[in-house]
Design a protein around this ligand. Structure first.
Ligand SMILES: Cc1cc2nc3c(=O)[nH]c(=O)nc-3n(C[C@H](O)[C@H](O)[C@H](O)COP(=O)(O)OP(=O)(O)OC[C@H]3O[C@@H](n4cnc5c(N)ncnc54)[C@H](O)[C@@H]3O)c2cc1C
Length: 86
């Protein structure tokens, strides 16, 4: 892991990893998000599965920023179907 220019953005770090709120994956700077191995919080497991979960958590937090006029409906693709599949 190499933070590159991000190292100069004033983010709270723990051993070169970005400290985030695990509920949103947001660090200490508004509008930024970190997921995967670079993101850190107590109990973090550096696994592929964790990164996928954090992607969903971050997307849920980001959605209202991108679409402030829309309401987010949590749905299971197994229950609602996938467009193009029977
Ligand atoms: C030996 C080993 C075995 C593992 N086995 C398993 C396993 O069996 N099961 C499992 O779930 N997990 C396993 N893991 C953990 C898993 O690989 C990681 O959790 C996962 O790859 C993290 O994904 P990521 O996208 O967050 O980071 P990465 O996969 O590390 O991707 C980060 C990318 O960012 C690039 N990058 C870095 N710095 C910069 C920069 N400054 N600018 C631009 N790009 C940059 C890197 O080149 C890399 O391509 C293993 C890890 C290791 C090391």
């Amino acid at each position: 892991m190499n933070l590159g220019p991000t190292a100069g953005w004033g983010l709270a770090l723990d051993h070169n990893r970005i400290e985030v709120d695990p509920a949103t994956c947001a660090p200490n700077r508004a509008g930024l998000y970190a997921i995967g191995d670079i993101a850190h919080y107590p109990g973090k497991l550096k696994l592929i599965l964790t990164g996928f979960t954090e992607a969903a958590m971050a997307m849920r937090a980001i959605y209202p920023l991108v679409y402030p006029e829309r309401e987010l409906h949590f749905e299971y693709s197994t229950a609602t179907g996938v467009v193009g599949l029977p």
